[in-house]
Design a protein around this ligand. Structure first.
Ligand code: ASP
Length: 416
């Protein structure tokens, strides 16, 4: 097995800490000349952060392609692929439904939007969301090269599965050509690890960039909404997933969270489940012991369609805006919010702030004032970081449950 650099998690945490400290010193102290502040912002934080995200993104498509193809081409029965798919999708939809329900219950008990009146101006242009129709159509690419170039994950997953099956069926004619993909996959895993070793610097830049531009004043608006949302996100990450792991597997929960630290930090600093795919895949395979046949499907699909954190935000935001505008949602409407949030979180792209874009679809559905999205956007940066960590933790938890139910989880690796 390929080794990760020593003390990586500790160094990433240090990078995060120094990013905060340096960013905050520039933001809050008048001591530094403006020219130096803008130089650091642009040439250190922005440039460094973007380079690091580009490096991660550079790996996504080839990594997903090679790992899925090599996984599928080595499957001995296609029945198992069907089982894995069915279990994955069912678990993804159920955890998301639980997530929205939680946020709706908390939102209607603690009423974040009551007594709140806003004087925030509406955004100049309202973002447009993607509906379920486009999502379904997006699974079937008309041009695979274009789909790869545009990072269309579901299309790439679909094509890789087909390609893997064809490779599997023709192995006896091609002199076991699937071995080549197996080897390429190993090479790409090594590349992931090489790039992850720069994570302490990358995370330093990403966090620094966030603090130097926005400061740490995340509660400027909608204090109760922010606090409640953070509580539900943490609860879902620590309690719901723990329960699911407890019920469906016999795995040690503390070990799961300990090993997920790195992935959560990556998601937090990049605000993108997609950019985090290489790290999630590496951790789930190498550290949690999930077999490649499961992880190579569950993780990229999860990064694209499983967004519990996003659904929690959408539920809470809907309740918040409804209460703020003095609209009482009925029970039926609550159920509709659950269904809509599950569907829109599937259609949400795994990139920063995408969740607020698809929130528009829900607000429109209930005739809620779209201007209110201005308030949500004003506090969204840090919330996006936290919910992305929840999104990826959910993907990994489901990967463990599916793998363990298929006997495709190596307990020795998990417990190591
Ligand atoms: N940033 C989130 C993700 O990539 C999506 C969102 O909720 O905005 O998972």
């Amino acid at each position: 097995m390929i080794d990760t650099p020593k003390n990586l998690t500790r160094n990433i945490l240090l990078g995060m800490f120094f990013g905060f400290v340096v960013g905050a010193s520039f933001y809050y102290l008048d001591f530094f000349p403006d020219s130096l502040t803008s130089f650091i912002t642009v040439y250190v934080f922005n440039l460094g952060g973007s380079v690091f995200i580009n490096l991660l993104k550079m790996l996504i498509i080839p990594l997903v392609f090679f790992s899925l193809v090599s996984g599928i081409s080595s499957l001995t029965s296609m029945q198992s692929l069907g089982n894995i798919t069915l279990k994955t999708i069912t678990l993804y939809l159920s955890t998301t439904a639980i997530a929205v329900t939680l946020s709706l219950v908390v939102g209607s008990i603690f009423k974040p939007g009551s007594g709140y009146s806003s004087d925030i101006a509406p955004p100049d242009k309202l973002p447009e969301g993607q509906g379920i129709y486009e999502t379904i159509l997006g699974i079937f690419p008309s041009n695979i090269i274009e789909a790869m170039a545009q990072n269309q994950m579901l299309a790439v997953v679909f094509f890789s599965i087909l390609f893997g099956i064809a490779l599997n069926k023709t192995n006896h004619l091609t002199g076991n050509f699937s071995n080549v993909f197996e080897k390429l996959n190993t090479v790409f895993m090594q590349l992931v690890i090489m790039i992850i070793s720069f994570a302490p610097i990358g995370v330093f830049c990403l966090i620094g960039k966030f603090v130097i531009t926005d400061g740490l004043d995340i509660f400027q608006e909608a204090f109760k909404y922010v606090i409640l949302l953070i509580c539900v996100l943490i609860f879902h990450a620590l309690v719901t997933y723990a329960l699911i792991l407890k019920i469906f597997t016999k795995l040690n929960i503390v070990t799961f969270y300990r090993k997920m630290k790195e992935v959560a930090i990556f998601a937090f600093s990049t605000s993108s489940s997609a950019a985090t795919i290489p790290v999630t895949l590496k951790t789930v395979q190498n550290d949690l012991g999930v077999n490649k046949n499961v992880s190579s499907f569950v993780i990229p699909v999860g990064a694209t369609i499983n967004m519990d954190g996003t659904a929690i935000m959408q539920g809470m935001a809907t309740v918040f805006i409804a209460q703020m505008s003095g609209i009482d949602l009925t029970l039926i409407q609550y159920v509709q919010v659950v269904i809509l949030a599950v569907v829109t979180s599937i259609g949400t792209a795994a990139v920063p702030s995408a969740g607020t874009i698809t929130l528009v679809i829900i607000l429109q559905q209930f005739g809620l004032p779209l201007e209110a999205i201005g308030i949500i956007l004003a506090v969204d940066r840090i919330l996006d970081m936290i919910r992305t960590s929840v999104n990826v933790t959910g993907d990994a938890a489901v990967a463990c449950v599916v793998a363990s139910s298929e006997n495709l989880l190596d307990k020795e690796v998990f417990n190591k």
